[in-house]
Design a protein around this ligand. Sequence first.
Ligand SMILES: [Zn+2]
Length: 392
Amino acid sequence: MTTRLYYTDAYRTTFTARVVDRSPDGHRVYLDQTAFYPTSGGQPHDVGSLGGIPIVDVIDEDERIAHVLAAALPETPADALDGTVDWDRRFDHMQQHTGQHLLSALFEDLFGARTVSVHFGPDTSTLDLDAESLSAEQLAQAEARANAAVAEARPVSVSFEDAATAAGLRKPSDRGGTLRIVTIETLDRSACGGTHVRSTSEIGAILLRGTERVRKSTRVAFVCGQRALRRARRDFEALTQIAAALSSSIDDAPTAIAAHMERFKDAESARKRMDRELTTFRARERYDAAEPGANGVRTIVVRDAGSMDELRTLAQAAIALPRAIVIGVLAGPPSVLVAASEDSGVDAGKAIKERLARAGGRGGGSPRIAQGSVPDVATAESLVNDLLSARI
Ligand SMILES: [Zn+2]
């Protein structure tokens, strides 16, 4: 049984303990007491050092706590070790965790949204609430109330009470025996084994980061203390860059972006319209330049298209004109296109399909437009010559 020093004093960062057990390789060490918090209840483990060796993991094994070391612990005659908890990481977790208790209490009191699970991440922590959704106003209200509770500096205390008689718990505990209860004065009483600050004032700023629907609950992301400051600083820097790019102030940036997007959309549709007009013009030019055959059908050969997309667009514009056939060839990747207007008497799909099969290519299409790829440019050219000499 490991005595958990953090249960009664979350601020304790140094301690001396006796080694009671160790793994054969000396990497996993068990002590009679420890200030190291093991990963549990959604809160990540502490780091620090034990006997001068860095701690890489702390594991809760119910009765005992395993300390996983970066290097093997040498046999020590005294078998007593000094432990030092990394305070920055511990205090950060205390801030996030107490902030979570406060937010869970406020979301339930304000909106009846109960917390179903919590997660403390390396950047952001989250609460899953049994609510269909939360509006931006509700988030702002909860955030304002939480920060007011921080300013009120409400004491946060730990007590050990019998499960049978512990009253006023936010969530009834399903455990018997002695419960460790964390109380935020007049706001919340919750059974919890984690580490917390002693006053809501130490949580520091609380910043809600938005919501996301997860199955039947609403996930709220939040950051407390230094994390909130760091996050706000990054937001400010990003917004400053955005505003500078828009030559506007940060406050005017949303309006400036909306205006830019509107102009961009207009420019896009104008460009597309001009593209279509230009293609029609080019198709008309080639159509006029092609001599009609004996049957009055004009065959337009296109060898200079930049891409299959461009070739298809041109072909579609050309076959909108009377009695037109388009035969196109592309070098990279080697491919052939056939398009035929409705009154040309030609079925583009049929014209290309068999020839492609013979040439070792693949593809197909409709009676109006068809295309296929072939192994190389020479094959593409001979397929085009075949189509031309056969008058399709
Ligand atoms: Zn807690």
